[in-house]
Structures are given as C-alpha cells and as structure tokens.
Design a protein around this ligand. Structure first.
Ligand SMILES: C[C@H]1O[C@H](OP(=O)(O)OP(=O)(O)OC[C@H]2O[C@@H](n3cnc4c(=O)[nH]c(N)nc43)[C@H](O)[C@@H]2O)[C@@H](O)[C@@H](O)C1=O
Length: 368
C-alpha cells in the first residue's frame, strides 16, 4: 500500500486530494496547523474524515523538527506540500508570516526530506500568482515570473528551492504551477465563493448587496477536483518537472458574478464606473453588487491565463469542467446551504427569485 503525507489537509485542495488518494488505495497522513477549533468540515463533506486509512495530526511547516518527525513516523512514498498562507490579500497585511509559511515552509520540508529520506517524491504547490505582472499571454512553464504580492514572492522562492533541490541532490521535486481553482469547498474569502455565497443569500431574499473589489481582474478559473488529479499525476511521472495546470480561458470577476446571478435566475446589468460601478437586477432594478474600495489590493494581478499544453502532453491531464459548470456547482451548493441554514433557524425561506428547483437541490447538494 502506497503512503502519502499531505500538509494542509483541511484546505480545499487537501480535502479533495485526500479523497482521491484514499480512493486509489493509499494510506494518507494529513497534517493541519494547530488551532483551538480544528476545521475538518471539508473532509466530513467528502465523507473521508473517519476513513480507516486516514491519519490526521498537527504539524507546522515552519518547524523543521516537527516535519522531520512526521516524515520519520509516516514513512511516505509521496509528500504533497499544500500547507501555506494562501490568501493573497492577507499577504499584504502579514508579509513576514506569509514568507515564513509560504516561502520558508517548503524549504523546511525539503530539508526534512533530504535528511530523513531523499527518495520521497515531493509535490510543491507553486502558483500562477508567481506570474503577477504577466510577461507573456498565455503563461506557460517558460514564462518569466514577476510576482506582485508578498505571497507571490514567497511562492517564487519556494518554487526555485524545489528546482534547486532537484538539481543539487537529485530529489524528485515536482512543481505544479496552478492557476485559480475553485469549488463548493473554497474558502469564503476567495472571490468566486464570496460571489456564490452572496448570490445564494440574495436569491433567498437578502436585500444586502454583494460587495466586491476589482471587477476588472481577469482569472483562469478551473475546478479544484481536476487540479488535485494533476498533482497526483505529477508524482507518477518518470521525471520530476514543473507543470502549468490551467483551463486556457480567462474571464473578469464581473463576468463570473454575472454567470452566478444568471444561474440563480437573476439577470444582472452593470451601471456606473470604477468605485461607483453597481450591478442591478434586470428584473426589478434592485442593487445586487456594489464596490468596496477596501477590497482593492496595493498591487494587482490584472490578467492570468494559463497554457496547460505540457501537462496535457506529458501527464495526459485534462480539465473536465467548464467555467459555467463550475459556477453552477458552486451556486447550487450555496443555494442549498443557505436553504438548510434558514430551515434550521425556522426562518421562512424568502421568495427565491424564480426557483422551483431550489428545494430539490437543497436535498441533493453537499453540506457546507
Ligand atoms: C493562483 C492563486 O489564486 C488565488 O489567488 P487570487 O487570484 O488572489 O484569488 P482571489 O479569489 O482572492 O482573487 C481573485 C481576483 O478577484 C479580485 N476581487 C475582486 N473582488 C474581490 C473580493 O471581494 N474578494 C477577493 N478575494 N477578491 C476579489 C481580486 O482583487 C483578484 O484580482 C489563491 O488561490 C492563491 O493562493 C493562488 O495561488
């Protein structure tokens, strides 16, 4: 039986990867950062929290000793490093903490592997945020990096460290340069989930508009479940290498919001410009989206679009889900969750904007 360690097991990718590896017959040791209330809801939603082949323990990637002990005990064949501070906006508020977790964390891990067992195959979660102020369109493995956030800078450091350990010590360190990947398990701080959650509340009668930041930012959004499959494929390859995982399609935040409102049966029109821009209902003129300048970042990544040709050719990796399908998955799951919350609170459901189908989906969709 193959053994894998996953750091950051409680996050979106950690949970999907855990489910995938358990399904493939792995024994999985997942680690999470100590907190007063460990956050296992994603593993519970995927039905793997109590799986007999899953062990969960605390470990901090900023602590080399705890990583070395973990590797010594778990004796993994593969190690997926997903544990980091991953919210770009927060990296401007906490650049040093981000550098420690997102930059130094991977270096600690590489050192621990080198000391304990350099034969372990390592997956490093690199990021499209490394491309920042993009130097080519679309971006591929050869595109020079120009990070625009402390998070992006820390990821570039970790990325090059991985390559250095590959070249210096012959270690199998694969690097996945992943473009934005989303799902109903995405944290509420990220824009797609913020939108699907806000849309669901409005569809259920909330009068509070959804507040967003920069609507013009363009992202290449894929489905997280597809991307963890890519991570696994990278560690099954003959040689360690770096691979872009992306959809090769880019849309603005405004477009994603419009798609989400459409899915909920609420067509939106946009009025005004810049900080005065608003999204209003095409049906009754009510305000659906307003801008909060506080959500703007000190330096923005305006356009990301990835070229996954190398992953397609070498790994046989393919995305399975279009942006419309992804958005529908997220909106439907949040609709169902909001319906359940209201039901639990004995609140009458608001008159959802034209959704006879809502009640059905409330039963089918996962709890969030
Ligand atoms: C590849 C990369 O992908 C992710 O980083 P991100 O692209 O920063 O993701 P996000 O969802 O926070 O922002 C996307 C865009 O949306 C704009 N935006 C507008 N209004 C809001 C808003 O209200 N909230 C947020 N969060 N963003 C907003 C915001 O300014 C930005 O331009 C992480 O997984 C990261 O770990 C990673 O590696």
């Amino acid at each position: 039986m193959k053994r894998a360690v996953i750091t950051g097991v409680t996050g979106q990718d950690g949970a999907y990867l855990t489910a995938l590896l358990l399904e493939k017959g792995y024994r999985v040791h997942g680690t999470y950062r100590r907190s007063s209330t460990p956050n296992f809801w994603r593993l519970e939603d995927l039905g793997v929290r109590e799986h007999p082949n899953l062990t969960l323990s605390c470990c901090d990637v900023t602590d080399l000793g705890s990583l070395a002990r973990l590797i010594d005990t778990a004796e993994p064949d593969e190690l997926y490093n997903l544990g980091a501070q991953t919210y770009v906006a927060a990296s401007f508020e906490q650049p040093i903490a981000t550098a420690m977790m997102t930059g130094m964390g991977p270096l600690n891990l590489l050192e621990a592997v080198r000391i304990v067992n350099p034969k372990i195959r390592v997956y490093q979660a690199s990021s499209a945020e490394m491309f920042g102020k993009v130097q080519t369109v679309p971006q591929n493995e050869k595109t020079p990096f120009y990070p625009r956030s402390p998070y992006g800078v820390a990821k570039v450091f970790a990325h090059w460290m991985g390559i250095n350990y590959r070249e210096s010590y012959g270690m199998f360190v694969a690097s996945g340069i992943l473009f934005n990947h989303e799902s109903p398990l995405r944290g509420l701080e990220f824009v797609t989930r913020r939108i699907s959650d806000g849309v669901a509340r409005i569809a259920h009668g909330s009068k509070k508009p959804l507040t967003l930041g920069n609507l013009d930012a363009k992202r290449d959004w894929g489905y997280a479940k597809d991307y963890v499959e890519g991570m696994w494929r990278m560690l099954q390859a003959d040689e360690p290498d770096s691979f872009v995982l992306a959809t090769n399609r880019t849309e603005t935040v405004r477009d994603f919001a419009a798609l989400a409102f459409k899915r909920a049966g609420i067509p939106i029109v946009w009025t005004g410009q810049g900080e005065d821009e608003k999204g209003v209902s095409a049906i009754d003129g009510s305000e659906l989206v307003s801008i909060n300048p506080e959500f703007y970042r000190p330096a923005e990544v305006s356009l990301l679009i990835g070229d996954p040709a190398k992953a397609r050719e070498v790994l046989g990796w393919r995305q399975t889900t279009t942006l419309e399908e992804l958005c529908a998955l997220m909106v439907d799951a949040d609709m169902a969750r909001v319906a359940r919350e209201r039901h639990a609170a004995h609140e009458p459901l608001g008159q959802p904007a034209g959704h006879a189908w809502l009640a059905e989906r409330a039963v089918a969709a996962p709890r969030l």
